[in-house]
Every structure is written in C-alpha cells, then in structure tokens.
Design a protein around this ligand. Sequence first.
Ligand code: GPW
Length: 791
Amino acid sequence: MTAPELRDAILRHLTYSLGKDAGTATVYDWRLALSYAVRDRIVDPWFASTKAAYAKQSKRVYYLSMEFLIGRLLEDAIVNIGLLDEAGEAMNALGQDLTTVMLDEPDAALGNGGLGRLAACFLESLSTIGTPAYGYGIRYEHGLFKQSFFEGRQQEAPEEWLQQVHTWEFERPEAAFQIGFGGSVKEQGGRMLWSPDEAVVATAHDTPIIGWRGRWANTLRLWEARAVHGFDLGAFNRGDYFGAAEPEASARTISRVLYPDDTTEDGKRLRLKQEYFFTAASLRDVVRRFDSEYDDLSLLPQKVAIQLNDTHPAIAGPELVRILHDEKGMALDTAIETARGCLNYTNHTLLPEALERWSEGLMGDLLPRHMDLIRKIDEVHAKEYPARTVAMVENGDVKMGELAFTMASHVNGVSALHTELMKETVFQELHALHPERIVNQTNGVTPRRWVLSANPRLSSLVSGKIGMNWVDDLEQLKELEPLAEDSGFRGDYDTAKRSNKAELSNWFAKTHGVKLDPEAMFDVQIKRIHEYKRQHLNILEAIALWQEIHDDPNGDWTPRVKIFGGKAAPGYYFAKEIIYLINSVAEVLNNDPVTSKYLKVVYPPNYNVSLAEQLIPAADLSEQISTAGKEASGTGNMKFALNGALTIGTLDGANVEICDLVGPDNFFLFGMTEPQVVARRADPEHAANAIAADPRLARAIEAIRNGAFSGGDAERFKPIADDLSGKDYFLVCSDFTDYWRAQREVDAAYRDSDTWTRMAVLNTARSGWFSSDRTIRGYMSDVWRASSALA
Ligand code: GPW
C-alpha cells in the first residue's frame, strides 16, 4: 500500500465510518480513521491464517490468562504490517502528526504487571512465528486503576478505556456460552448431572494480533459477561426500574473490573467466579472447535495444547474432566488422562501469600461438581502414588498449585533459578513423584515493541550496521559485539541514548513541570510496588547519598536522577507507605539548594506500558534489586538490558541469566544469594546487626524516624522505620552496605562516559537471547509439541 492509497483509505473511514469531515475532525477522529484503515490491512492475513490452520489440521495453542497487558495497539499494528513510513506520510498529507495521533490511544491495561505483559508479548511472538494460537481472557470493563498522587499519597480512580470506541475488536454475538454457578449435582442414568441455579452468558470479543511482517495473525478472544435475560420487563411494568435492570447489572459484575492485587491472593468469591467464567467459556470454545473438525476425542491431546498462565485458570483441570466424563461419557480415568494430555501450567511465584487456595466450602457452593471431581482426581493420584504425603485438598482448602501440577503434562518456571527453587520448595514432593514434569522456560520480551518501536534511534543505528533481520532473530545483535571497540559506533550509540534522554526530559518538563538534566545519570526503578522488590532499599540509598553530599557539598559527585514508577495494590498498606515515603523524600531533596544539582528523585504517577516505552530507552541504570529468591523472573530487566541500560541487581530471577550473558564486568552485582538470604533470616538480630555495622544506614533510617521527610512529624514514617530496624523480612538492611558499594562503582563507571557506553553496547549485543520468540520456541518444542504453520 502506498502513502496516497493509505491517505484515501483514512479519509474514506473518516467520512463513512465516523461521519466526520476533515475540517472538523479531532485527533480522536483521525486516530479512529487511521486505526480502521490499518485494521482493514490485517483482516485478510487474519482470515488466511485461520483458514491455513484448519487446512493443515495444525495443533493449536490456547493461552489462558486472567491478564493481557497489551497497552496501545495502533503502532504495533502499523509497524508489523510495515506501513510506518507510509502512515507518517499519509498523516502529513492530511495535516496531522502520526506520533500525536498514535499517542492519543488509551492503554488497554487488562493486567497488573509482569504476568499480564508476558502474555501480551507471547501473543505477538506466536503470531510472528506463525503458530496457530488463541489467547483467552476477560474483557474487563475497567482495567487496572488510574493512579494519582495527592500530597504524596496514592489515589485510585477507575480506569475507563472502553469509554472510547475500541477499534481493534470484533464482537461475536454468535460465539456465546452459558456459564453456570451453584446449584446441585444429581445422578441421572448413571451419569452425574450438574444443574446450576445461576447462569450468565459469556460473549466473545475478538482482537486480531498481527505478527512481524504481517505473515500471520492470531486471535485474542476476550469474554464479556452478560445476563441470560437482560431485562426484567415485568419488574419494569410494575414500576421497579432498578429491579428491571438488576439481572444485567449483576451478570456484568463478573467482567466489570480487574483485581488489582499483584502477587497476593485474597480468596474472594467474585474472583473465583471470574476464573471459572473465562476458563469454562474458553474450554467450551476449544472443544466446539475440535468437535467441528474431529470426531475422536482421544485425539484431543494431539490437536490441543492449553497453557495455564499461573493457577488463575487451574479450574480448567476439573472442568475439562467434567466435559469429557459427565458430558461426553468418557471413563473417569481416561478423562483425567486426556485432560492432562492437553494441559500445562506455568508457575510465576513462590511467595506463599500468592499461592491460590479456595475453601472447600466456597468451591463446593459455587462449583459443586468441580469440588467432587477435585476430590476424585486427588484420590486417583493418591492411589497411584501411595507414598504421597501432600494432598490437593488440605485443611479445608483446595490448593490450586497442586491441582494445576497434578493435571498438567508439563509445569514450567520462568527463569533458571526460579525453576530450580520450585523443585526444591513448593513442589518438592510432586517433583519427586513426577521428575520429568517440571521444565524451565526463561521469560522473554518482544523486540518489535520493546526495541524497534520504543527505541527508533537505537533501532536505526543497529539496522544501519547489521540490517533488519535482528527484528525477528534477535541473537543477531551479537554482530554488534565487535563494534563495542569502535569509537565511532560508541559515539553514535551514545548520541542515540542522549537524544532519548533529552526527549524524556522535555516530556517531564511539559507534563510534570520538573527540569531534569539529560547529562545526569537516569537511574530507573519501574515495577509494581512491593516489599520484595525493595523500592525502600533504593530510596534509603538516596537518603544516605543526600546526607553524604551535604557533608561535602564540593565533592566530586556524579549527578543522578532517580526515577520511580509503579502502582501499589489499593489494600497493600506497606506498599502505599513506601510510595508516600518516596514522594516525601523527593519533595525534600528536589528543593534542597545544596544537593539538588546532584541528586533528584522523580515519580511520575500512573506508570503503565506506554510510560515504560518512554522510560526504558532513556535509562542509564536499571534497578533490579529484589531479595534473592523472591522475583520469579522479571521482564523489565530484559527490556532495559536490550536498550543499553546497565543493571544494578541481585542474583534473583532472570538477573542471573542476564549477568551470565552480558558478563559480570558489564553488570553491577550486589547482595546476598538465595541460600545466604535464608541463612541470614534465621538470625533474629539481622537488621539490628546490619544497622550497627553501617553508620550510613543508621543515619538514613534515623532521618526517616526523626521526621526529616515529614516536616518533623516523627509518627508519619514510624511504621517503615520500625519495620526496617525490626523484622525487615526482605533484608533491606542486610543488603544495604553492599548496595551502597555497588552504587558508588556505578558512579565511578558513569564518570568514564566512553567505558560506560562500551558496557552498554555489550548489554545490547549480548541480550538477544531474551526475545520472547526464543521463549515461545522453547514452549513449542518442550511443552506444546506444536509447530509453525508458516513454510
Ligand atoms: F503471583 N507475576 C505477576 F505469580 O506479575 F501469579 N503477577 C502475578 O500475579 C504473579 C507473578 C503470580 C510476575 C512475577 O512476579 C515476575 O517475576 C515474572 O517475571 C512475571 O510474573 C512473568 O513471569
């Protein structure tokens, strides 16, 4: 398609789809018109892919996930179908700026953090590789809440992405299933029959996900909950207007809002309803599609691979057994085997507070037949493995991890370290019984979004040297390695980084009224706020550095801007205290006439995918400082390394593999290892001892305690000060001294700009392995036994 053809298509949509003329069109109208014109180019390859998968009788991959954190879609689509230049020209010809129009799109924030963003990267990679696949999830009316700060504290407001026309989805009223809850189970003619006493309708909304170069497109199918009988006319006629609308309102509650808790489990009834709602609708869709092509259910595991993204869809085990056994009449043992043949489970955390459990009471009330089947599956397993000591149902709770493990062909962790710890800790016994089941698939990120689109300056520099094939063969970045010794290349690489930083500084000035010096080091920690991620370690170091600069204001300090971004779960008290502390420290430091030229702290609110796309290409330093053993993988860490930020990090999650690949000389490693953490925690005096041994640490905590960041109010941050000097479960104090040491090495390295750039180049050159294309190929060969449908 040429630019003039695209321009005409945009004008046609503006006129006939939106009913606007060019003279009165707003940026919103132009964005919709452009989106429709681009979407038109995706539909044909999408149909062709769907047909090819049928024609080839390909095995299909089904990725079931409570979360898909996709962000904006327009640029992704334009880039992947190769129309970026044409779109720029076409918009210019129409008197519009492409970037402005693309940035008008709201983020689709149907996820909390890493787990949801991983699902989005996987969808894009599956399409790039050409694997026939569907993503299945929930079409939340409200995605992750909007964060603002009021006097330093987090405020939450509902997210409203669907208030605007969502151009990328197609509603499928014909693809709808009734999903039941509650009721009872009765025997009828030798079969168990579940009669729910409540039902909602799951309606499909399809979004095409186009891969690189537009060669393949898969479907993201999101379910919306509707009432079976949407409107009670009887009630309305009696004058009960609220009652008349009640059935619809109550059914819709199920897909109303994303749970904002990241890595904590709260056992709420509505959450279990959401989990069953989307899992049951998805499985019915999978079985319907299978039945339309094959008439032998024993073929199911050959044709269907289902991936459970954490335990949130783990009810898929009993549900598939119920379909095969109760509905299709398959013998129970065969049904369990067949279901297991299709199912696989990814574990994303070892944190005990995140491992899902549902009380037998709630499960039996909401899903009585599933509760029976869970007990049956547990019995069958216990009979087969008499030595077994851990059951699936324990102390009145169904343990979803054990259920998912037992019903899966493969169980995977998300980084090498995490997978090993899984074997040693949460799944020790199940691993001993099924030693082949656990495999590792280290996470990855899509280079189309996280390098090509987000960092055009770096991308064109790279493509100018090694061509464009790195975009879907990221390990080709290796070819840049020798250029680390080329001063001309280093100069260009540095220029690209500086320009990204200047652009970010302009954005900060415009939107937040703060002036950042692009020459200063941009030190970035962006992720959900959680004690295990230790944002408080970072801010403690800022406090100590501020104090030290005061002691010697004429010292040779390396200017730094510490940038924070991230949301706290609304009910997570301590995380919200950390946010308050960071903002309060920022207030003091940024207004300090002595130190602010060396050290600033900024915390833009409402961190999301789009903000990450701006911050990561402009970062010099990537903070990956979790307590060893707690971060399953991390994926932001990979995005930073690819974009040439150096990491300061612990040996946790995928940091271990990043450090290994880029080399310890190009990575600022600090802190205890996982076994050291465990040993250290056993000493009840660990925090007190660490504080006694490091006067800097003692002084920083003292400043928090005595009100230096709260206008003298010693009460305000007492809970944080007390935790740090008391329990300090995540060992902030014990790692502080080594963190400080590593940070001063960072300072020294940054002062030697040329050496720094050399290290940054090597990070880019050696991080190609972290492409989600590599991860997906790993799942295809080790987990799904699926192949690409492209030649
Ligand atoms: F608790 N992760 C997340 F394991 O973002 F379910 N949300 C979650 O609810 C969970 C995990 C869960 C993250 C991990 O914390 C992170 O380390 C990992 O990189 C990411 O999932 C993707 O695997």
